[in-house]
Design a binder for this molecule. Sequence first.
Ligand SMILES: *Cc1c(COP(=O)(O)O)cnc(C)c1O
Length: 410
Amino acid sequence: MPEMERVMTNWQELERKYLMNTFKRLPVTLVRGEGARVWDEHGKEYLDFVAGWAVNLLGHCHPEIVAAVSEQAHTLMQVSNQFYSVPQIRLAELLVENSCFDKVFFCNSGAEANEGAVKLARRYGKLHLGGAYEVITAMNSFHGRTLAMVAATGQPKFQEPYTPLPDGFVNVEYNSIEAIKRATGEKTCAVMLEAIQGEGGVNVPKEDYLKEVSSWCDERGVLLILDEIQTGMGRTGSLFAYQHYGIKPDIMTLAKGLAGGVPIGAFLAKDEVSVFAPGEHGSTFGGNPLACAAGYATLKFILEHDVVENCRHVGNYLKASLEGLRAKCEKIVEVRGRGLLVALEFSSDIADGVVKACLEEGLLLNAVKPSALRFMPPLIIGEKEVNEAMGILERVLARVSKEGGSKVSL
Ligand SMILES: *Cc1c(COP(=O)(O)O)cnc(C)c1O
């Protein structure tokens, strides 16, 4: 299509004609990205603090990921899991050698990784826990969109449209060891939690919560599954968030940032928990060479360039900057998070309006709740990008305060 014609296309209208109406989209069509910046179809530039939903850890079109994907695309794009595949083995080795786990299974998304983890826990339950199959999860969690993961996700708004839901999940209060103790019974095979609840609002648990849960699971002989789909791969300032809390879960799930922007999912387990026999679990695309080559390039870069240390440093800088903003803006009531997964809580439901106003000003942010913003930029950003984002946010918030805060107009 000639360039002029492409610019004239009304993509939003075409989308309404051809795509199911499932996403509440912002009125922008992004067409290009580089580092922490993206551009829309009209050439307008944005600083990206959403990063493909906490996916693009190394920013957009990182040269080493682009090179790895291009090379793999030219070499071998897909093989059946009937055969051994080098990129899959290389990524698995890197993950195992840098975590407390022994074995990996690759799939294609977060929901699928959690499904696999729950299947593994159920298999373990049949073999070692007298047929126990129930999984305890937390309220306000998010584990994905398949029917079973909707049952695992402790949020009525995701569950009610699809009842009846698959059996075998109990949702209890987050951040309460007592709630987990009360729910544990003969049928329990596992507890599944996010290290920090991402979609639920960037909820950081009490310092000793995960350690208490881990001890309880050990005591009762049930498995601890940690969903690190959002928190893993350096996002919270350690390669995996479980490392902050001095625990070693039995199973961990990954997706989002694992391949720096290429679809992938994985779950990892200790040897004694890796109880699948051949044929009991599988995936056509899981471990796809293209995705695994991207994952290998991403993780290798993170390790070799100490991206995690940068995330920790810039994350602290971001939080300090937001605290500075809080001192100036009475609408801000709390700053919370770890590394580059941070939320800003307002005293009222102005987050959607702030996101739209920031978009207008060239900054991409997410309203994780009606009353809270979430910051999840690429892990390679520096203080300069934080300063730029703070400048825009401060301008927008000053306008909100002047307008009384009930409505942010563009
Ligand atoms: C995004 C997310 C998922 C679901 O991942 P999908 O790839 O969208 O299926 C599951 N758990 C957590 C913690 C997530 O952040």
